[in-house]
Design a protein around this ligand. Structure first.
Ligand code: PLP
Length: 429
């Protein structure tokens, strides 16, 4: 049989033969007692090596003062040191008065932003979100599981909206937010999204910025985690959300987040929140009750190591050189093993950390189970949807960056085999 035969056209005999052949190969993998983990999108050790030099950049006899003369060793600077604001404002294309520099995690900043909104409301709220009977968020899906976990923690009801090639399905989004004042926000990963790798079009950005929302204190949680994480020399362009909101007459609608977790070190990066000055004035006041100041030494280290946007771009090219072969390997294997068989589709991202694989409906959980039995841990099926429920049971997130190339190759071989096995059995049933 041709390598690229359409599985959906096989007769019963051919399907039975395929199952036998695939099960034999699967058994051989099981005997190898593999132990491979493909479950989380972490940088590999060579990527971390690119930034360890940053740890030597400050010495005890250096000037550890900021440009405005304050001492990074001491308390203060609750919203970040001026030079960090300057650098990360450039990265997010906003003004220096429109950023707050945080600790090491943007997820932490997102969690805290929701927590504050629930307890106190946001700039312009008539009452805390949490005082309402119900609070709902729109969750373009597939999406980032940890966003959904924050909603679950705060008992925020999640409404799934389909994520298309150019962003969330905007007709649905516009209708929902126009009619329901308990919908207070939307999660967006606008560039090289996790896991689909898509980037929002200008039109999507504009529609989000100008849509009419029944909740007057609606916020877009704009998680620009992969803003400089390109894999090709033709980066996807992304229209600036803060600017679009200003032009649309909704200047306070966006909370933008990012971090250097996957630029420098995930264990010791710098996170940033950008929003209108009015939003930030409220937030700054609240944060200064929580802390007398963040880790300014780490901010200074980052500024001295990354310097400017050209340097960041050069640094990101080094990341791309390490992880590109991994993405290529996965994409080539998917094409070789699954191409033309009419059982799976996948994206080819221009950046970010993931490849999103869609199986036939009703197969993803079985694929993940089969892979686990053969020693390959994948992100749980359903994790990319609110409440862990992928109604079509078809999305699997592939995270190629962490494993070494040889391990990745084996893991994807196993994955492709499991997709074929689960699909043939599904078609035969
Ligand atoms: N946002 C997205 C979309 C991510 O994929 C990740 C990590 O995988 C994060 C945020 C985590 O960011 P941080 O390390 O800054 O908390």
């Amino acid at each position: 049989m041709d390598r690229h035969t359409d599985y959906q056209r096989l007769d019963e005999n051919q399907l039975n033969n395929q199952v036998l052949q695939l099960e034999e190969r699967y058994g051989a993998y099981k005997n190898r007692k593999l132990k491979l983990d493909m479950s989380r999108g972490k940088p590999c050790s060579e990527q971390l090596e690119l930034s360890v030099g940053m740890l030597d950049i400050l010495r005890s006899d250096d000037t550890l003062k900021t440009v405005d003369g304050s001492d990074c060793l001491n308390y203060g600077g609750v919203d970040g040191i001026p030079e960090a604001k300057e650098l990360f404002a450039q990265m997010l294309e906003v003004g220096t008065s429109e950023v707050i520099i945080g600790g090491n995690s943007s997820l932490n900043m997102m969690h805290d932003a929701i927590s504050r909104a629930m307890l106190h409301g946001v700039y312009g709220s008539e009452s805390p979100w949490g005082k309402q009977q119900t609070v709902k968020f729109l969750c373009p899906s597939p999406g980032y599981d940890r966003h959904f976990a924050i909603c679950e923690l705060f008992n925020i009801e999640m409404i799934v909206v389909d994520l298309l090639k150019d962003g969330p399905e905007m007709d649905a989004v516009e209708q929902l937010v126009r009619e329901d004042d308990s919908i207070k926000g939307i999660w967006c990963v606008p560039k090289y999204s996790n896991p689909d790798g898509i980037t929002y079009s200008d039109e999507t950005v504009d529609r989000l910025a100008r849509m009419t929302t029944k909740a007057k204190d609606f916020r877009i949680f704009w998680d620009d985690a992969y803003t400089v994480h390109h894999l090709t020399s033709r980066p996807d362009p992304l229209k600036n959300m803060l600017a679009a909101c200003k032009s649309a007459g909704n200047p306070h609608r966006a909370f933008m987040f990012s971090s250097t977790s996957k630029i420098t070190l995930p264990g010791s990066g710098v996170a940033v929140l950008a929003a209108s000055e009015e939003n930030l004035n409220v937030i700054r006041k609240q944060i200064s009750v929580q802390t007398i100041g963040p880790d300014k030494i780490n901010q200074l280290r980052h500024v001295r190591f990354l310097s400017n946007m050209e340097q960041i771009s050069e640094h990101m090219n080094k990341h791309a050189a390490i992880i590109n072969p991994k993405f290529e390997l996965v994409l080539n294997k998917l094409e070789a093993e699954l191409g033309g068989k009419n059982i799976a589709s996948w994206n080819k991202p221009n950046g970010g950390y993931f490849i999103s694989l869609n199986t036939l409906d009703g197969c993803a959980q079985e694929v993940v189970r089969l892979a686990a039995q053969a020693g390959v841990t994948l992100t749980p099926a359903g994790a990319t949807f609110p409440y862990g429920k992928d109604h079509r049971d078809r999305n699997i997130r592939i995270a190629p960056t962490f494993p070494a190339l040889n391990e990745l190759e084996t893991a994807i071989d196993v994955l492709c085999l499991c997709v074929q096995l689960a699909s043939v059995k599904k078609i035969r049933a």
